[in-house]
Design a protein around this ligand. Structure first.
Ligand SMILES: [Zn+2]
Length: 410
């Protein structure tokens, strides 16, 4: 058989697995996998379920790279690595995250978030789109390889990780730190955790982020005698109105990105609890997403200079510090093999011409890029993740799985 025939064998097998998609989605939706930050006990129950599925498929080499975490009952956050051999040493890696976000406002859900609802092609429940649809697509490829007995040119590598929704420290960041040897320089890495409804968007770059904490210190006094104090709230408000001046100094445009750098005042801490005290301290935060041409420190320096001048005008002190920074990671070049192979598979299987774009971040693809691997984000998604009545489509899981299957052949 020629390679293209082998790909077709896999694809037609996958195309008839609607019932399997529903079954896997139903089982996973019934296991809330919430991280401790979200009031949950972690991903272990879901990991055990996925391990049993992989075990039942057979022919899959399963490995665990768990991250110690004393906040959860099991003491670890599970990360599963599953591999199936190809004809050559190269591997296609696909990554799905097991954790989900809480349902949010209960009244906004039309049905129980932890009980899968099936409505024709539509599947509804917490986690069905983010990121169980990817997990299902990945399992379909593994199941198809096993059921058809086809050996593809590339090996298949599946990663089921924890902690994506809360920063990936116990998830992909842990796996790549502990086992960088798993990934070869020629391997292809796709993270099916972002995308658009018509399948056309391949994410190849992300902005860096700087979360700036600004602390304004004046002098507290009784509100009836304002001349005796220095109002930190008024000074902070003046600074907030000048965030756009700082942003203007980072105005570069990059054709790879759909927007320039963004600087957004977000959180404000409560100052005084009562109305008749002039506040002597005020703390607020700015979320900055910067294009790869900028450095995090330059952003902090620019805020320090602009806010320092405003502080002088108000007779207060100000400190500008990084609450959290994530420098922009290297861009995955559009001519990288993973981009080329994924693009041609999307064209061939789905009949869609893909476009390449940088986004505001942050996905797990950036964890790979930071380590020097080319990785892309791609999936067919309707964009209901984190919302009430989150939904997926059976056809999207199957279509994406067929694209991944096609990528296994030279
Ligand atoms: Zn996700």
């Amino acid at each position: 058989m020629s390679c293209s025939t082998n790909s077709q064998v896999l694809q037609s097998w996958i195309a008839a697995r609607q019932a399997r998609v529903i079954d896997w989605q139903r089982q996973m939706t019934a296991i809330p996998a919430l991280g401790p930050e979200n009031g949950g006990t972690g991903e272990m129950a879901k990991a055990r379920y996925l391990e049993s599925v992989l075990h039942d498929l057979g022919g899959v080499e399963i490995l665990r790279v768990d991250a110690p975490d004393t906040r959860v009952p099991d003491g670890v956050r599970p990360n599963i690595v599953a591999r199936m051999p190809g004809a050559g040493p190269r591997r296609l890696w696909l990554l799905g995250h097991m954790d989900v976000v809480p349902p949010g406002e209960a009244q906004a859900w039309k049905t129980d978030p932890w009980t899968l609802q099936v409505d024709g092609d539509r599947l509804i429940g917490r986690g069905v789109e983010d990121n169980q649809q990817a997990i299902v697509s990945m399992l379909l490829v593994a199941e198809a390889l096993r059921a058809t007995g086809v050996t593809p040119d590339l090996g298949l590598g599946l990663l089921f990780v924890s902690d994506e929704e809360c920063g990936s420290r116990y998830g992909m960041e842990h796996v790549i730190r502990e086992r960088p040897d798993l990934f070869g320089p020629e391997d292809l890495i796709v993270v099916p955790d972002m995308g658009v409804e018509d399948s056309s968007l391949i994410e190849v770059a992300e902005k860096g982020s700087v979360w700036v904490k600004v602390t304004v210190s004046g002098r507290q006094c009784h509100a009836s005698t304002p001349e005796e104090g220095r109002n930190a709230l008024v000074a902070a408000s003046d600074m907030i109105l000048h965030v756009k001046d700082v942003q203007a100094r980072f105005a570069a445009v990059d054709p790879l990105f759909d927007s320039p750098s963004t600087f957004v005042p977000t959180r404000h801490e409560e100052n005084v609890p009562n109305i008749n005290t002039l506040p002597g301290k005020d703390v607020f935060y700015v979320d900055c997403r910067i294009l790869p041409c900028y450095a995090c420190q330059d952003v902090l320096d620019a805020f320090a200079a602009t806010f320092g001048e405003i502080a002088r005008q108000h007779g207060v002190d100000v400190t500008v510090e990084a609450y959290k920074t994530q420098p922009p990671t290297p861009v995955t070049p559009v001519d990288a093999p993973v981009v080329q192979r994924l693009s041609s598979a999307i064209r061939k299987v789905l009949g869609v011409t893909p476009r390449h774009l940088g986004i505001g971040g942050m996905t797990v693809a950036a964890v790979f890029r930071a380590q020097g691997f080319n990785a892309v984000g791609w999936a067919t998604l309707g964009g209901t993740m984190h919302q009430p009545n989150e939904e997926s489509r059976i056809s999207r899981a199957i279509g994406d799985a067929r694209v991944f299957a096609e990528m296994l052949f030279d």
